[in-house]
Structures are given as C-alpha cells and as structure tokens.
Design a protein around this ligand. Sequence first.
Ligand code: SF4
Length: 355
Amino acid sequence: MPTHAKRKITRRIYVGNVPIGGGAPIAVQSMTNTDTRNVSSTIDQIDRLSEAGCEIVRLAIPDKEAATAFKEIKATVKIPLIADIHFDHRLALAALDAGADGLRINPGNIGSEKAVTKVVKVAGKLKVPIRIGVNAGSLQKDVLLKHGHPSPEAMVESALIHVKILESLGFDLIKISLKSSNVMNTIRAYELLSEEVDYPLHLGVTEAGTLISGTVKSAIGIGYLLASGIGDTFRVSLTRDPVDEVKVAYEILRALDLRHRGPEIISCPTCGRCEINLFDLVEKVEKALSGIEASPKVAIMGCVVNGPGEAKQADIGVAGGKGHGILFKKGEVMRKVPEHELAEILISEVKKLVN
Ligand code: SF4
C-alpha cells in the first residue's frame, strides 16, 4: 500500500450537503466560465459539471444582474453553489438571499465594517460558510508593502487578517485558500497556514494554464499537499471547459489512492512492436466510458510483451497482436477478437461488468 502522511484533521463545515474537513472525503470543486447572467448556458454547464462528478460549483457574481440570475440558477440545480464576490457587500447579501450554499469573499475588501458585519451576521444565521480566498496577484497593499512581494508569508498574513475579522464577529464557518500561479509558493503558503489554523483548506494553483501545463502544475501543487495530508477540498484551474478540471481532479485523487471515480484506463505508449491502431482504440474506449462512475481497471496494451501481464491484472484487458487483440477478463484469457471489433467488445464488456 502507498503511504501518505496522516491527514491533518480540520474542523468540519458543510457547503450545502457536502461535508468539508474533519476527515470527510476530499471534495471536488469547479467554477463556471459562462456569463452568470446567461441563466440557461450556466445551468447547462453546471449540469455537465455535476454529471462529471463535480460536487460544488462556484459562480462569479460581478453585478446585480448576475445576482438575480444566481437566484434563478440556484432554484433549478441541485448541486451546492458558491457565490464568488468582490468589493460589493450588497451582492453578498443578494447571494445569501438567493440561497447560496457558500460565499467566497475577502471580508477586508467588501466594504465598511458595518457592511461586513451585516454580511457575516446573515451568513452565520443561515449557517453558510465563507471561503477567504487570498490570491498572490491581488494581495492587500499594506501586507504587500511590508513583505515587498507576494511571498508565502505575505499570503498567510493576509489570510489571517481576514480570519480575524470573521472571528471577531463570532463567525467560524471558515474555509481558506491561498492561491498563487507559482507552484512552490503555493505549497509553502499552505504548509505555513496549516500550522497556524485548523480551518478546512481549499487547495488550488491559480491561473494554472492550458490542459498540459495546468494539469502538471495542479498535479504537483495540489498532489504534493494532499500527499502531505494537507487540504480538504480543491479546484484544478484550467483555461478550458471546466468539465476537464473535474476529470483532472479525479485523476489526481486516483493517483494518490484517495478517491476513485470512473474507469482507470491503463494503456501503453506503443512502440515498434505494436501492430494495432492503439491510439484510436484508447480514444474510442475512453470516450464511451466517460460517464461511468464505477472504477474498473481497463488495460489496453499494444502487444504481447507487456500486454498480457497488465491485461491480466486489470478487470478487463486487451493485448494487441497482428490485426487482432486477446481479450482478458479478471485475469483469464477470454478470446481472440479481430481489430475492427475490439473497441465495441471492450466497451460492452466493461459496461457488463459495472452493471
Ligand atoms: S506493450 Fe508492447 S507495444 Fe506497448 S509499449 Fe510495451 S512493448 Fe511496445
């Protein structure tokens, strides 16, 4: 069995019905990138995220119109929604009134003390948690001046300032994130913060980038922290369809053996020994199985050198030959299948197994 550091046990909060912290499964989040004011396209994206296994969705609420749309969206979808608000406490109040399951605000930047108190009191009464989201790119001026640059220490100091504001108002349904686009700074910041507080932590590497660079940065930053026992929920951020963020999130959790969702496809890179079109086969199988929640192991291997070994250890496997593949099921050789039928047969065998 792989060894992880013991998970740090944080306080438990709930975002809607999703438990965060206190030993709960690490929750997967994402954020819509539609215009929140476009209710139908936002609902459509939330539904797709939910189908992919996303457990909490965050929406940007930049103005009054978006807050009105948020109410309509909240009334339609079942998944917990977090309202992301900057600068205007009235939008936070509108989101709470609309039934937001969580707020992402920085209490120090949503208005006067009176305004902050108002929002925090309503959130407390409704038991709606607040995520303090410190971002290296938008650190408050005084902290930045003191540290000279958005160092991990500066990010932690900023987070603790916001935490104190909430605590002084008797509010403790707190979750904290410290995001930087620099992976090493992100890791260090969360490590420092984790020593200071026992509030649940929301992990993320911000502005992570495209599918390849964003996946690598997130897998290293978030993966390292999770493997160290730090973090209770996270969002992978990618410059593309957020459904891919959810897919990457589950692959990170799977690699760390923390959570498993969806079939695990093991495939070889191919080499000069491969005599079937493996790329095409893997793509077809992956696409056809993408909606499945169960997590069988499916091995798709190019030849008989390593193929049978991997295929035998999988729930379903195939090892390619010349114009055909040998099908394995639970370690047993089933039969020889012509190449043109391989995709269809593999897909139907996996579906049979999970049903
Ligand atoms: S399984 Fe066969 S085809 Fe695939 S990489 Fe290994 S040797 Fe090459």
